[in-house]
Ligand binder design. Structure first.
Ligand SMILES: Cc1cc2nc3c(=O)[nH]c(=O)nc-3n(C[C@H](O)[C@H](O)[C@H](O)COP(=O)(O)OP(=O)(O)OC[C@H]3O[C@@H](n4cnc5c(N)ncnc54)[C@H](O)[C@@H]3O)c2cc1C
Ligand code: FES
Length: 338
């Protein structure tokens, strides 16, 4: 069957959609900068208007589209496939153009390791290469699931073709159930990537701040590893905040200790919101965004910020940085885990 051709009226670009691809993935694979963020139906960043032709929607109830959008006939490019030639109207910008073109591969589970009681590292080896920027994510096609799931990389690009993920077990979550309960070493899955815009900016002269909430650990560890590999932690400081619910959820410090850095260049600050009554916790208490504002030693506009985690945490950080402290938008890079 011919591949459907998609024309974007907004910038005049024309691209083809390969079998199994959504309109968004087809555009990014063609190197085009169609606007997006989560690739998972949650953020609404990939909205488009259908001008002509026929499409199908794989998740009609996706939360990224509001009632008003639906009434106006808008759709999500990360959830729609063209059924024949179509014309769309979708926002594009150079910052969305992929620096590494995403591609589909098969990948085999080669190892796992528990990080906490509910976060586990999963290591996959792919067929051809592991090319991605620190902080990016991949879409995993897991056996028995109709839709793929987004997971951030925790390692950095490598010749060994390894893609490492740090994944939280979600109560009644279908994807995490397959990963934690069904997959065994040697099993194969589909892996498509890299995606994502919250990658390490090696050219920035500023000290780095990473803020991870819960399973937001993975991309922040990848950023820290990327910064160390680029030799940045000999001259610049890394302030790494980890926001956890309870003391037993705290993790990440041993991975940072292993990095190549000059003494004193990495500051690790765990913050828990529910310390418990036993009095065993002597660290920071409260919300992680408050700790960031309180504990960074100089003006917040002096730093390059990276953060990942649940939408309420990323929202609080965004507001605190942009409205409260006037940190320029191009110094703020984040992923919301829908
Ligand atoms: C950019 C990004 C990076 C992420 N990185 C990580 C990470 O490093 N570690 C981690 O633990 N989690 C990460 N997540 C969250 C992860 O993608 C899953 O949402 C989470 O693991 C729960 O998935 P589940 O299948 O277990 O739960 P479920 O409740 O079964 O599924 C939840 C997710 O699946 C998708 N979904 C559900 N139904 C449909 C449908 N009908 N069609 C299409 N999609 C559907 C949605 O994205 C939804 O958020 C990330 C999310 C995003 C967006
Ligand atoms: S990129 Fe499509 S909803 Fe987030």
């Amino acid at each position: 069957m011919d591949k459907p051709t998609i024309r974007n009226e907004k910038d005049g670009s024309v691209f083809e959609q390969a079998e199994g691809d959504t309109i968004l993935r087809a555009a990014l694979r063609a190197g085009l900068g169609l606007s997006y963020e989560c690739n998972s139906g949650g953020c609404g960043g990939c909205k488009f208007e259908l001008m002509n032709g026929e499409i199908e929607t794989q998740w009609p109830g996706a939360p990224g589209l509001g009632e008003r959008d639906r009434k106006r006939g808008r759709h999500l490019a990360c959830q729609c496939r063209a059924l024949g030639p179509v014309t769309i109207k979708a926002a594009t910008a150079p910052e969305y153009q992929p620096r590494i073109l995403p591609r589909r591969q098969r990948a085999r589970l080669v190892g796992t390791r528990d990080i906490t009681h509910d976060i586990r590292e999963f290591r996959f080896r792919s067929e051809s290469d592991a090319r991605f920027l620190p902080g990016q994510f991949a879409m995993l096609d897991l056996p028995g699931l109709a839709a793929s799931r987004a997971y951030s990389l925790s390692n950095t690009a490598n010749e060994g073709r390894e893609w490492h993920f740090q994944i939280r077990r979600v109560l009644h979550g279908q994807g995490s159930h397959v990963l934690f309960e069904k997959l065994v070493e040697g099993d194969e899955i589909g892996l498509d990537g890299p995606y994502g815009l919250a990658y390490l900016r090696t050219g920035s002269p500023r000290d780095i701040v990473c803020v991870a909430g819960g399973s937001g650990l993975a991309p922040m560890i990848s950023i820290a590893r990327g910064a160390a590999e680029a030799g940045l932690l000999n001259g610049r400081k890394l302030h790494f905040f980890y926001g956890a619910r309870t003391p037993r959820d705290v993790c990440g410090e041993s991975m940072l200790d292993a990095l190549d850095h000059r003494d004193g260049q990495i500051v690790y600050i765990p913050v828990v919101s529910l310390p418990g009554d036993e009095g065993g916790w002597s660290g920071e208490i409260g919300y992680v965004h408050d700790a960031v504002a309180r504990l960074l030693p100089t003006e917040l506009a002096n730093y390059e910020f990276y953060f990942a985690g649940p939408p309420p945490m990323t929202q609080a950080l965004q507001e605190m940085l942009m409205i409260g402290h006037r940190v320029p938008f191009d110094q703020i890079h984040f992923d919301r885990f829908f």
